[in-house]
Unconditional design. Structure first.
Length: 260
């Protein structure tokens, strides 16, 4: 993990004027984001999405995330935070996978890796899976399953071993997906990776967050307001809990190897 490159994407220039509008593709949902979010939040979110796209991250997933949460009535600052955090995790997942093998991470693998990290899987487990998986095998479903197992209370290393064993036995994606449902009830009952939701009166359920505590909405930590998101396209929808945030100070920035 020490050799994973760390770099910062600075997008202040696109925030300065109309350059962003001129550079976005025709089907970019920037106009819709500006309609549903306050101006300052919309410009920050759009800039982070543009930076992600420029670095070969699955930007469409960030766009959909912002629009989905806006449609659900999530607070704009929470949407902003969620997009920044997920972009950070995507960059981290891409760096880890690319460092662990010669084949570059696909968009779906990056999405699945980011979701696994959001659910509590560390970068070392993602790296180990990328190194040990059969050549040519997509990591999307294996990463999704590891994330689900960790979210249900299984330690990250144990979840990794279970999935690796099934991969070596040439299990199909459908067979892997059943693993999280087969987890013993006592492990699933732990919910060890959801501390921000435990014991909080009025905490949000499903994809809706609870009311945010007072203070700067862009500070670090694991607020109870972090909205949940589903798995990447092609992976069964069964989301988990939020992860730590590392938002930028002034211009939006997406650090590369920050632990979730």
């Amino acid at each position: 993990m020490r050799n994973i490159r760390t770099f910062t994407i600075v997008v202040a220039a696109v925030l300065a004027g109309g350059a962003l509008r001129a550079q976005t593709p025709a089907n970019d949902p920037s106009a819709r984001l500006r309609e549903v979010l306050p101006a300052s939040v919309a410009e920050h979110v759009i800039a982070v999405i543009a930076a992600a796209r420029a670095h070969d991250l699955p930007a469409a997933a960030l766009e959909n995330r912002a629009l989905k949460f806006a449609a659900k009535g999530v607070e704009p600052k929470d949407i902003e935070r969620s997009v920044v955090e997920q972009a950070n995790r995507m960059q981290n997942a891409k760096d880890v996978i690319d460092h662990a093998r010669t084949r570059k991470a696909s968009g779906t693998e990056v999405e699945a890796g980011a979701e696994a990290m959001r659910q509590g899987v560390d970068g070392a487990a993602v790296s180990a899976l990328a190194k040990s998986a059969p050549s040519g095998r997509s990591l999307a479903m294996p990463l999704f399953v590891i994330g689900q197992l960790v979210d249900r209370g299984l330690p990250s290393d144990a979840a990794l071993r279970r999935v690796q064993e099934r991969l070596m036995a040439k299990a199909t994606d459908a067979e892997l997906e059943k693993m999280s449902r087969e987890l013993p009830a006592q492990a699933a009952a732990g919910q060890s990776n959801r501390p921000e939701m435990a014991g909080r009166q009025g905490a949000g359920t499903g994809n809706m967050p609870a009311k945010m505590p007072a203070g700067n909405p862009m500070t670090g930590g694991r607020p109870s307001t972090m909205p949940k998101a589903g798995p990447p396209a092609g992976v069964p929808a069964n989301a988990g809990a939020g992860a730590k945030m590392t938002p930028p100070a002034k211009p939006p920035m997406v650090p590369g190897s920050r632990k979730p």
